[in-house]
Design a binder for this molecule. Structure first.
Ligand SMILES: Nc1nc2c(ncn2[C@@H]2O[C@H](COP(=O)(O)OP(=O)(O)OP(=O)(O)O)[C@@H](O)[C@H]2O)c(=O)[nH]1
Ligand SMILES: [Mg+2]
Length: 213
């Protein structure tokens, strides 16, 4: 699927659709000290490189180009802040696990990501994006461990659900749910597709909850 946005069918404008439609880019940061003041509420999108973080963000904001969508993994290299309204933000985190990133850069992102997850008080929840065909990789588990350490609410989007049959997708969903029951019962999980819009309302409900709407 080259450009899932192209095939997005008409979406009825729910309250959440309207709310997130006006989200706009604020700034990009690659040092902890340059983050916005740690007030307000934010929800971050994290996940392995190329899983569809930017596509998810675009779909949830009904905007084709808000976050850059790339076929070349590892393109989103900064912490990108998007403003819903003052003091409420969506945050696109650098994708992890892309092998061709130079070691020094990978270490820099790793440290930045870890510190952001550990220390950021404004962070109310993490949307952890996983390709449904490769869920719960070792690096995903490390991310979950960071969330567990501070009891950060976590919601997993199993993206690219359109790549599997309905039955196969449901089966992965149940497997991931089962794995979470032992590792982090506080985490929730859903199917998602930027191509078919599957799961938009459920994801919006989670954003609303964490951002206090
Ligand atoms: N079929 C299908 N393809 C998708 C979906 N979501 C994303 N893609 C494709 O997957 C590729 C990666 O998508 P991105 O949204 O750029 O992924 P990302 O996680 O932001 O990637 P990085 O920022 O590089 O880490 C692109 O070619 C997208 O078109 C989906 O739900 N279904
Ligand atoms: Mg991206």
């Amino acid at each position: 699927m080259k450009n899932p946005d192209k095939h997005v069918p008409f979406a009825p404008a729910t309250e959440a659709v309207n709310r997130y439609r006006t989200v706009h880019f604020l700034n990009s940061v690659n040092e902890f000290g340059r983050l916005l003041p740690d007030t307000g509420r934010e929800v971050a999108f994290a996940g392995r490189s190329n899983t569809g973080k930017s596509s998810s963000l675009n779909l949830l904001t009904s905007q084709r180009q808000l976050a850059r969508v790339s076929k070349t993994p590892g393109r989103t290299q900064m912490i990108n802040f998007f403003e819903v309204e003052p003091d409420r933000y969506l945050v696109d985190l650098p994708g992890y696990g892309y092998a061709r990133v130079p070691e020094a850069m990978r270490r820099h992102w790793g440290a930045l990501l870890e510190r952001y997850l550990r220390e950021r008080q404004a962070l109310r929840g993490l949307l952890l994006v996983m390709d449904i065909r490769h869920p719960l990789t070792g690096l995903d588990q490390q991310m979950l461990d960071c969330c567990i350490a501070r009891e950060l609410p976590t919601h997993i989007l199993l993206t690219k659900a359109d790549k599997l049959s309905r039955g196969a997708a449901q089966s992965v969903l149940q497997q991931v749910r089962k794995a979470l029951r032992t590792s982090y019962p506080r985490a929730t999980v859903q199917l998602f597709s930027a191509m078919t819009r599957h799961g938009v309302e459920e994801a919006h409900a989670r954003l609303d909850e964490w951002l206090g709407y």
